[in-house]
Design a protein around this ligand. Structure first.
Ligand code: ADP
Ligand code: ASP
Ligand code: MG
Length: 416
């Protein structure tokens, strides 16, 4: 009997009708003889609603209590799905993350899984029950409830699939696979048949929220092959797996856009050893999520004996801008930095593909396409398989379209 781990995201369990549909699917799979662990998210909008309520009470609610609060969303769904299955005569048991053995570190709101002790899940499976597990949550060794970061139910599913050595891991969502761009904003986007872990990881960490980035990292580490597919139809989805030689033929696999970003420029930073270290250590300690750091060439400030200075620009998620402002202001007052410029309303556009390792000229091609579309590039950063540019947020969709068209992603899959 095959062991399957299935995960149903928020829209797939958005209301009772959809929960009934999921119960039908699960019951059918069980009747075929499969053993099943089903991970569920909170009903769509519930996590956001809980966050909003807490923030109405307090601007900066304590993270321990936030975890306790947010974990209730997933628990509701597990219990409802188990009840729906039981009413169909299918033996099912609902479990919290803690009951399912998800042990995490103590970093509230973005805890890391330390280990999984699957004995309880295994004994329910052995007794013939479908095990429904609350995604996105765990418990520390000390018994504190934690959550795994937004989109974290994906991680619960992948971790359970790894530990239980499941034959299949299926991530059911509201699109029928991973597309060359977000199909909601790019009408030309095409479904990808298979994608490597590295490409999926880069896309997920640059705005393609179809998978939580950390879950992909985990899948890569433990070699969990998984399929992203729709809970609304029977179509085959996208396989995410180890890269194969043939995958390199595709230069650009997909395009992603991360909106709601902000740019911070530190003008006139003293150019001597230790300054950047001090600034960024402090920024990290303040919990500010920095990306795309660019340091300009160092120039003397003029005048005899003047010390060289440089400019540093980086991006942060827009909601972290107030924290960054509060943290950086004392550095300006103390004379470490001459001036600080904060700019909201920017977005990061990324093109991703492992084929970039063996093809040259991809960056130039992207820049030409953006220029032709009238999109101004504000910052650039590249890695082996990714090119990211910062653009005006209002031009984001246009930039995606231009890149998508340039690399012919809307035609036959990935053809250049
Ligand atoms: P779930 O609630 O099932 O976890 P999410 O909302 O987290 O679902 O992720 C699915 C959404 O991801 C889709 O509705 C789609 O708009 C978005 N998305 C962004 N980029 C992509 C992409 N490249 N391929 C598919 N979906 C994408
Ligand atoms: N409910 C959580 C969220 O909205 C986790 C998840 O859906 O994966 O982020
Ligand atoms: Mg998700």
């Amino acid at each position: 009997m095959a062991l399957l781990v299935q995960k149903y995201g928020g829209t797939s369990v958005a209301n009772l009708e959809r929960i009934q549909k999921v119960a039908d699917r699960v019951a059918e799979s069980r009747r075929k003889g499969n053993r099943l662990v089903v991970v569920v998210s909170a009903m769509s909008g519930v996590t956001d609603g809980l966050l909003k309520m807490a923030r109405e009470l307090c601007k900066d609610p304590s993270e321990r209590e936030m975890d306790l609060l947010l974990a209730t969303g997933e628990q509701t769904t597990t219990a409802l799905l188990a009840i729906a299955l039981q009413s169909r005569g299918v033996e099912a048991v609902a479990m919290t993350g803690a009951q399912a053995g998800i042990v995490t570190d103590g970093t509230h709101t973005k805890a890391r899984i330390a280990n999984v002790t699957p004995q309880a899940v295994q004994s329910h499976l052995k007794a013939g029950r479908v095990v429904i597990v609350a995604g996105f949550q765990g418990q520390t060794m000390e018994g504190q409830i934690t959550t795994l970061g937004r989109g974290g139910s994906d991680l619960t599913a992948i971790a359970l699939a790894a530990v239980l050595k499941a034959e299949r891991c299926e991530i059911y969502t509201d699109v029928d696979g991973v597309y060359t761009a977000d199909p909601r904003t790019e009408p030309q986007a095409k479904k990808i048949g298979e994608i490597s872990y590295d490409e999926m990881l880069e896309l997920a960490s640059t705005g393609a929220k179809v998978m939580q980035a950390r879950s992909v990292e985990f899948a890569k580490k433990f070699g969990v092959v998984f399929e992203v597919r729709s809970s609304f139809n029977e179509l085959r989805g996208t396989m995410v797996k180890e890269e194969a030689k043939s995958m390199e033929r595709v230069v650009v696999r997909g395009v992603s856009l991360e909106k709601s970003q902000a740019k911070v420029t530190l003008v006139g930073v003293a150019d001597r050893p230790g300054v950047a270290a001090k600034l960024f250590t402090g920024i990290a300690k303040a919990g500010i999520n920095v990306d795309m750091i660019v340091q300009n060439v160092s120039l003397p400030t003029g005048g005899k004996g003047s010390k060289p200075q440089t400019d540093i620009t980086f991006t942060v998620p827009r909601e972290e801008l107030p924290k960054a402002r509060k943290f950086l202001e004392p550095f300006r007052r103390a004379g470490w930095v001459k001036q600080i410029v904060f700019q909201e309303g920017v977005a990061k556009l990324s093109v991703v593909g492992i084929g970039m390792r063996s093809h040259s000229g991809v960056a130039a091609q992207l820049f030409r396409a953006l220029a032709a579309a009238g999109v101004n590039i504000q910052m650039i950063s590249t890695s082996e398989i990714k090119i990211t540019v910062v653009v005006d947020e209002g031009m984001g969709a246009k930039a995606v379209r231009a890149a998508h068209r340039e690399f012919r992603l809307g035609g036959r899959e990935g053809k250049r």
